[in-house]
Design a protein around this ligand. Structure first.
Ligand code: AHM
Ligand code: MG
Length: 331
């Protein structure tokens, strides 16, 4: 029998990080699901996948066929793991519980199966984001309250970017590593075992079409960047916006920068758009481990204690110097 390609470089790196075998197993299952999603994306592009349709998800947002297919793929890959006590998906209203639960079930896996789905039709970057939370094991069904209480116990976090190359970025106990999917079928190959976010930068990412809804801190920060070398920052800045958080966050590890999806003074967006458990929290852990910082409109995202599994939070993530500056504007 052919060796499971996921037992190559990704498995070796995971073993060296010192997380538990069951956390590593969950990450390998997520990596396998990413390979399956990657295939669905490519089949859809040549008209051989599921036909593109739009419905509505639990957040009242557009849900594309690939969102549904990707969600199904992740759930199926995690279903057989007896250490999973619950799953939280952007596409499903309530926590997904296994039919039987054993004493070893001590992980909650939160995921956005397909982030940036407005990019699907144009073949622009999309991704999968995940966070693994630790809960107390035991022969009992986990409740939403147990998941909320576990929000600060991230055992691992990562994302997959389906871009020009498909890459996996992950952290468990220490460093942030990047793997790229081998087109010849050998799984995820290690590209960089210690990604960092440059401390200073000259890039910012924000959807500027919402400017009229921004608060004073964001308005001030962006105006100062736009003023360039003639303004208080004394240097020119660039804007980058992909409409996919995974792509904009991924760029931070190379060019530095700050990704902002702020609170908006607009009905329904008062706490922003991005969700805590499967977007903000995992990206915040990755940024933190890479030397960056992640805040909401003030507090560090990693210190937030959410009150709902689909709670939205403002997100400001990136190079430490820039995020510190925005934090100071919030006072
Ligand atoms: P999604 O998870 O429903 O795809 O929404 C999240 C995405 C982010 O990837 C991206 O940064 C943001 O939505 C873009 O939203 P907007 O169109 O409001 O700029
Ligand atoms: Mg999404």
């Amino acid at each position: 029998m052919a060796q499971d390609p996921m037992h190559n470089q990704l498995a070796l790196w995971l073993q060296g990080q010192g997380a538990s075998a069951s956390v590593n197993e969950t990450i390998l299952a997520l990596a396998r699901s990413a390979v399956a999603i990657d295939r669905e994306i490519r089949l859809a592009a040549i008209g051989r996948g599921q036909q593109a349709q739009t419905s509505e998800n639990v957040q009242g947002e557009d849900q594309k066929t690939l969102d549904v297919v990707s969600n199904q793929i992740v759930m199926e890959h995690l279903a057989g793991l007896d250490h999973i006590a619950a799953m939280v998906s952007e596409e499903v209203e309530h926590p997904i519980l296994p039919s039987a639960i054993g004493p070893q079930a001590d992980q909650v896996v939160c995921f956005d199966p397909l982030d940036g789905s407005s990019n699907i039709a144009s073949n622009c970057p999309i991704g999968t984001i995940f966070s693994i939370l630790g809960v107390e094991g035991g022969d009992r069904k986990i409740s939403e309250a147990n998941i909320l209480a576990a929000s600060g116990k991230q055992l691992a976090a990562g994302y997959v970017l389906y871009g020009p190359a498909t890459v996996l970025v992950v952290t468990t106990t220490r460093h942030v590593a990047m793997f790229a999917l081998d087109p010849d079928g050998d799984g995820f190959m290690l590209v960089n075992d210690r990604l960092t976010i440059p401390e200073t930068c000259s890039n910012w990412s924000i959807n500027a079409s919402y400017e009229r809804y921004w608060d004073t801190a964001i308005t001030t920060y962006v105006r100062e960047c736009v003023a360039g070398r003639e303004g208080p920052r004394g240097r020119d800045f660039n804007t980058r916006w992909s409409a996919a958080m995974v792509a904009d966050i991924h760029r931070l590890f190379f060019d530095g920068g700050v990704f902002i999806y702020p609170a908006l003074k607009k009905p329904g967006s008062e706490t922003g758009k991005l969700r805590f458990f499967y977007e903000a929290n995992p990206m915040a852990l990755l940024a933190h481990r890479a030397g960056g910082r992640a805040i909401a409109s003030g507090p560090d995202i990693l210190d937030i204690r959410p009150t709902g599994i689909h709670q939205r939070v403002p997100v400001i993530i990136g190079s430490r110097e820039e995020v510190d500056r925005i934090a100071a504007l919030y006072g």
